[in-house]
Write a protein that binds this ligand. Structure first.
Ligand code: DGL
Length: 276
């Protein structure tokens, strides 16, 4: 009989954004082992071409599988929108057919469809995610009667990466992106970039209580829990030993400081070399 190999859950983002997803996953699924990978040397991804985002994403997934991960969550909309399908259809069957790669786009859309009343859903995302057309395309598959209003917010990722998500300048920029969405009459807004989870409080205050906010951290964590309940064959492969290891592709003081502020505990990443 084949011996059951157990391993951690991998969580990948271009930088800090995925920490908002990790935080919720650790809360709802404690007792598992996690490996977080931030491709800080090459972030942001949102301004890059689809081809490059795909190459980077495949290298990141490959790194996490080689660390023994059984499941990898791509906690990055840009990578989920531009690379997930190809990684699932081409890379996975060839290299690790018994492992899984999950993304954040479909879980976020399913949640938005569940909470919207008017069917007008706003999507605040990076330029790459907006250009990919992934959100409107996937939404049409879920429910043809829904309408998506997209807004690219290219300056928000650098603000989070700089730890500037509470400054007056950040609030001014945030408002500039939210006004068109408010004018478009949305009743639900997806924070379709995991970095934006760090702006959730400010966005709630700006939009008021009539517009519902779908923040991916909580949604993705809940969907992962449901996924493991539906797939016991994957759940048994997960190591039940509490602890999270961090890797980044560039070792900077900044990741330690901002990561710790976002997560509320010390973060000491090791260096990852991707694409080797
Ligand atoms: N956190 C990312 C996302 O969800 C990535 C942003 C970026 O690297 O541009 O899209």
């Amino acid at each position: 009989m084949k011996r059951l190999v157990k391993g951690p859950i991998g969580i990948f983002d271009s930088g800090f954004g995925g920490i908002s997803v990790l935080k919720e996953i650790e809360r709802i699924l404690p007792g598992y082992r996690y490996i977080y990978l931030g491709d800080t040397a090459r972030a942001p991804y949102g301004t890059r071409s689809m081809e490059v985002v795909h190459t980077f994403t495949e290298q990141a997934v490959d790194f996490l599988f080689k660390q023994g991960c059984r499941i990898v969550i791509i906690a990055c909309n840009t990578a989920s929108a531009e690379a997930l399908r190809k990684v699932q259809q081409e890379y996975l069957p060839k290299h690790f057919p018994d492992r899984r790669v999950l993304g954040v786009v479909v879980p976020a859309l399913e949640e938005a469809v569940r909470v919207t009343r008017s069917g007008r859903i706003g999507v605040l995302a990076t330029g790459g995610t907006v250009r990919s057309g992934k959100f409107p395309r996937e939404l049409r598959k879920i429910d043809k009667n829904m309408h998506v209003v997209q807004q690219a917010a290219p300056l928000l990722v650098p603000l989070v990466e700089e730890g500037e998500y509470r400054s007056p300048a950040a609030m001014l920029i945030l408002r500039k992106y939210l006004v068109p969405l408010k004018r478009a009459g949305i009743d639900t807004l997806i924070l379709a970039c995991t970095h934006y989870g760090h702006f959730e409080g400010a966005i709630r205050r700006e939009l008021g209580s009539r517009i519902k906010i779908v923040s991916e951290g909580k949604v993705v964590a809940r969907k992962l829990k449901e996924y493991l309940a539906r797939h016991p064959e994957m759940a048994v492969q997960l190591e039940r030993r509490r602890g999270t290891v961090f890797y980044t592709t560039d070792l900077t003081e900044r990741f330690r400081v901002i990561g710790a502020a976002l997560l509320g505990r010390p973060v000491r990443p090791k260096k990852a070399v991707l694409g080797s």
